[in-house]
Design a protein around this ligand. Structure first.
Ligand code: SF4
Length: 358
């Protein structure tokens, strides 16, 4: 068993680009966390040791008071020697809070910074500012966290390459161990997408977005980071174990509303609805939907996840014709027979993956 994912679907405010499942009704956190602890108890027989990683994600887990996170200790102790990550929002952290997290056993933080430019943070509806972002990292380091990841976004409306370059430099100068970076996606139904459709904002053109991505890859490499997955960069030894296990197809269980599990080639998921989830747990009838992955599904998943990583996939595993992708320098074969995307290929990775699927 690779790990346990615990979903905390609460946010103080909804970001304008987000289509994840979360609610701003924080009053429900207490009953929700009781249900989470109960679900962990109910599913003890599914949790096969050794659990290598625990990941508390969201939503915004740092909206939870420490006393509610401590409740998890009842069911998943001890945490020693495991990668135990929690996502935090820079606007939530105080020194006391960070010390509290350390005491619980959390040894890795993923900080949702997104940008160090106040103007851009406001444009996408984040509730923190650049100063808070920098302080959050510094406070976490002072509190003794030695494994810190930050999230950064590019291709934000009006963002310039100069602003992006400055953000990358700020991130490197903060001496964090890991950076996850995603280009903004305009998801259906979000406020930002409506603003785009009404002409209120303009999307960054593809050429600039690619230039921003290339700049990120180049700067990260120069700073000694390993580009181990299309959107993830780590100092050697600081790759996310939890996410790497997802990408390797290792089993995991997901706890909480909307959380997915993957065990014995079966994917299952809890209801993405607070009432359905809590009521289901409370009366002991939590119904998870599930699907058995076929050979074809597993193959496609392997292609999709494998090609996103720097390890790629063994050429002999790929069923489709690769020649034109190789001839066009979109993928290359390594000495040990793996197919990996080139820098050009990373720009159109989804297209390549789609074509290699069956
Ligand atoms: S904090 Fe994260 S989950 Fe919550 S609204 Fe913003 S992007 Fe979505």
């Amino acid at each position: 068993m690779a790990g346990i994912y615990i979903h905390i679907p609460f946010c103080k405010k909804r970001c304008l680009y987000c289509d994840f499942f979360s609610t701003t009704i924080l009053e429900r956190q207490e009953e929700y966390m009781k249900a989470v602890v109960r679900e962990l108890e109910m599913r003890q027989d599914e949790i096969e040791e050794p659990i290598e990683t625990i990941y508390i994600g969201g939503g915004t887990p740092s909206t939870l008071p420490i006393r509610l996170i401590i409740g998890l200790n009842k069911v998943i102790t001890p945490f020693n020697n495991r990668e135990f990550t929690m996502e935090i929002n820079p606007g939530d952290v105080t020194e006391d809070y960070l010390h509290g997290l350390r005491e619980i056993g959390i040894n890795r933080l993923s900080i949702g910074i997104q940008s160090f430019q106040d103007e851009l943070l406001q444009r996408i509806g984040r509730r923190h500012n650049a100063e808070q972002a920098i302080k959050a990292v510094q406070m976490a380091q002072k509190a003794g966290f030695k494994n810190i990841s930050i999230d950064l976004m590019y291709a934000l409306p009006t963002q310039t390459v100069q602003q992006w370059r400055a953000d990358i430099k700020t991130a490197i100068d903060l001496r964090v161990q890991h950076i996850s970076s995603y280009g903004l996606m305009y998801e259906e139904g979000t406020i930002l997408t409506k603003q785009l459709e009404s002409g209120e904002i303009k999307a960054i053109d593809e050429e600039t977005e690619n230039a921003m991505y290339d700049l990120l890859c180049e700067q990260m490499k120069q700073a000694g980071f390993v580009h181990y997955e299309v959107s993830n960069f780590a100092l050697p030894g600081y790759e996310s174990k939890h996410n790497s296990n997802y990408w390797n197809g290792t089993p995991y269980i997901g706890i909480g509303a909307g959380a997915h599990s993957f065990v014995n080639n079966v994917r299952s998921w809890n209801p993405s609805d607070l009432d359905a989830y809590i009521n289901g747990i409370n009366d002991g009838t939590l119904v998870r939907e599930s699907e058995n992955l076929t050979e074809k599904d597993l193959y496609n998943e392997h292609i999709m996840l494998g090609l996103r990583t720097c390890r790629g996939i063994f050429r002999k595993e790929i069923k489709a014709d690769l020649e034109h992708w190789i001839n066009n320098n979109m993928v290359r074969e390594t000495e040990d027979g793996r197919i990996v995307a080139t820098q050009n290929g990373l720009h159109i990775l989804n297209l390549i993956i789609e074509e290699l699927m069956i």
